[in-house]
Design a protein around this ligand. Sequence first.
Ligand code: HEC
Length: 247
Amino acid sequence: MRRMVLFLSLLSVPLAAPAAGSAGADLDPVEVSVRDTVSLQNGAKLFVNYCMSCHSARFMRYNRLARDLDIPEDLVKKHMIFNDGKIGDPMLVTMTPEDGEAWFGVAPPDLSLIGKLRDPAWLYNYLRTFYLDDSTVSGWNNKVFPNVAMPHVLSDLQGIQKAVFETRQDRNGSTHDVLVGFELVREGTMTAHEFDDAMRDLTNFLYYMAEPARMVRITWGIWTLLFLAVFGVLAFLLKKEYWRDVH
Ligand code: HEC
């Protein structure tokens, strides 16, 4: 019996882990798909324009991006490579980690694999929940990453929002301020809906970048299953044929 309990508790560990990672913050869901090329193209555009001044993506090369996302190489060269980089170069930034640390207190991490470290819902909510906060060094705070050192670099698009808190009492009788929503104090160039869509595309791109092979894998997976299905039918017919005289 005890062994059984141990076995069950082991089983439940990986199930419980993702929930613990997003503790406290209820995340809006997001759907990502590496087969949605238009969304990935838009995400890539946002990434090079708004993120690559600080973050690199050193495991991704521009020509791979061009091929996977179906963007002609000359367009990538013209609109996505801002330094004198070549099409086969990795996506690096000129900022050194030391500069990053001096400016923000924390060096902006490389984002090649962030889509593996953080799940899509976390990234989607992170990008949408920056809010004004006088008490932090940058003047910004974030709902899913409290006291983050990154400023809200998309405030032109989203607008500027402040957080709405509600005081709630927990079971022990002590009170806490709980973040219950946001209030726009300055409009951005996008509506809330447009901004959500754009952040879905950016999340999709980060998700793709963490494992570009996912694209090929899904296609191969479908073909493999089809092959197995056809082969299974053939094998069954053959078996029937071979055993016909025996029965
Ligand atoms: C002005 C510089 C700057 C720009 C531009 C910027 N970031 Fe950041 N970012 C930072 C810094 C600094 C951190 C580290 C925050 C910390 O650890 O407190 C960070 C952290 C992050 C993290 C969290 C990493 C983790 O530890 O889980 C993500 C995700 C991220 N950035 C995504 C983006 C995306 C996407 C963009 C483009 C929309 C972007 N950043 C643009 C400076 C920047």
